[in-house]
Design a binder for this molecule. Structure first.
Ligand code: FAD
Length: 414
């Protein structure tokens, strides 16, 4: 595949952009692959990419029931940070954040990683204690974060009202190399690299059954026919329970819609990401100028990928006290995605009761930031049978009571 470069852009400008290749091929499925990954979201594509790049496993198909990146990967608010509390989480999220720093160069695709800084506001004494504890834990883990004063918060984000009547800002957990990236570009960059390695990304191909014999997966039944494989990776976020059911095991997971919305575009007014977990809302400004606003999950399990009016009202009402200026904005769009939430708010990257079947799920409301790190570790787990990055996230932790409690870092936050 031809490299993207300033020279290529100039060359194509001269020939009216007639020379660009398709970014990825549109193959029909083969009869058999070494590895099948179900789900062409960021995690599935990153897994395939690292299977090829790190382990030379390239006879891989990625099966997607819709279009690639059309699940949560293309619906999230793109916050990237690694200020989690527990050691296994800090390891995988910080690996991921560091891979984002060089992703555009690695993939030869501009994913617009913007390390503009993320702050998590402390608006109760309880949050002050919780975030100071996280900052100390992060120092020990080698993750650079700090607890900052209300005055520093105001300096970093002048549009904020830090003296709100109900919840004044008492400080914030600040990570200066955290930020955002263009979510579609992350999926497209990985897809292009996978296709370039000869992998087949097969869209509009829903897996409807998992065929097995003697405790091992033989292949999958799909809307494009039967496909065999030596190993299977299930990476379908909110549909993990459905696929686990096809494979014959149960997951400790709930599926629920998470919503977000954007305003009309306005002039640049905010160059950091702010999360306010007590009132439950978070906001950043996109490169187009829209205020990107994230809300909460629906209060009941469901599989609807859409927004609802009461969430707009709740989220905007929560944020107006801290950001009075948004009361004058028009809201343009809202949407939802189905997230997969575990009891300890940590992901599952694991072997399953089926010998050659692996599962990567449970990223809940915060898995965009984890895409490269998750793919890096999960590929190793699939290729070698274990990975230092994923060992703590096995399914067995629920039976053995080894929870990785991230309810402060990920309970409502992203
Ligand atoms: C509104 C919202 C805001 C969010 N904000 C953030 C944020 O700011 N920061 C952050 O880190 N995370 C955020 N997240 C979470 C993040 O988006 C997800 O954790 C992450 O994208 C999950 O990626 P994935 O690849 O596992 O899943 P997905 O991108 O959902 O991909 C799974 C794919 O599997 C496919 N699939 C399902 N069933 C089948 C089947 N039977 N056959 C074939 N294919 C199938 C789906 O069509 C889908 O494309 C947010 C999520 C939402 C919804």
């Amino acid at each position: 595949m031809k490299r993207y470069s300033a020279f290529a852009v100039a060359r194509e400008a001269f020939r009216h952009h007639t020379g660009w290749e398709r970014a990825w091929r549109r193959p029909e499925p083969k009869k058999k692959y070494d590895v099948i990954i179900i789900g062409a979201g960021g995690h599935g594509l990153a897994t395939a990419y690292y299977l090829g790049k790190r382990f030379g496993i390239k006879n891989v198909a990625i099966l997607e029931k819709g279009w690639l990146g059309g699940g949560n990967t293309g619906r999230n608010t793109t916050i990237i940070r690694s200020n989690y509390l527990q050691d296994p989480s800090a390891a995988i999220y910080e690996k991921s954040r560091s891979l984002y720093e060089t992703m555009s160069q690695d993939l030869n695709y501009n994913v617009m990683y913007s390390p503009r800084g993320v702050m998590m506001l402390a608006q109760t004494e309880h949050e002050v204690r919780g975030y100071k504890r996280t900052a100390h834990a992060n120092t020990l883990q080698g993750v650079k974060t700090e607890f900052i004063s209300p005055q520093r918060v105001k300096e970093l984000c002048p549009i904020m009202n830090i003296d709100g009547p109900r919840y004044p800002v008492l400080g914030a957990l600040w990570q200066d190399r955290a930020g955002t990236a263009r979510h579609d570009a992350v999926a497209w960059g990985y897809a292009r690299a996978c296709s370039d390695m000869g992998m087949d990304i097969i869209q509009k191909c829903e897996v409807t059954g998992i065929r097995q014999a003697d405790g091992r997966v033989q292949g999958v039944s799909t809307t494009k026919g039967e496909i065999d494989c030596d190993k299977l990776g299930i990476v379908v976020a909110g549909h993990s329970g459905v696929l686990a059911d096809m494979a014959g095991f149960r997951l400790p997971i709930e599926s629920v819609a998470l919503q977000a919305l954007v305003s009309e575009p306005i002039k640049p007014c905010m160059d950091v990401v702010v999360m306010a977990n007590t009132v439950h809302g978070y906001m950043s400004q996109s490169d187009k100028g829209e205020m990107v606003i994230g809300g909460g999950t629906d209060g009941y399990n469901n599989y609807t990928q859409r927004g609802s009016f009461h969430h707009i009202e709740e989220t905007v009402r929560a944020l107006v006290e801290t950001f009075p200026m948004i009361s004058r904005l028009k809201m343009l769009r809202q949407w939802g995605g189905i997230v997969d939430v575990t009891g300890d708010r940590s992901p599952i990257l694991s072997k399953t009761p089926l010998g050659n079947c692996f599962i990567n799920c449970g990223w809940g409301t915060g898995g965009f930031k984890a895409i490269p790190g998750s793919g890096f570790g999960f590929a190793e787990l699939m290729a070698k049978g274990h990975s230092p990055l994923t060992d703590a996230f096995g399914l067995n932790r629920f039976a053995e009571g080894r929870f990785i409690d991230e309810s402060v870092a990920a309970g409502v936050a992203h």
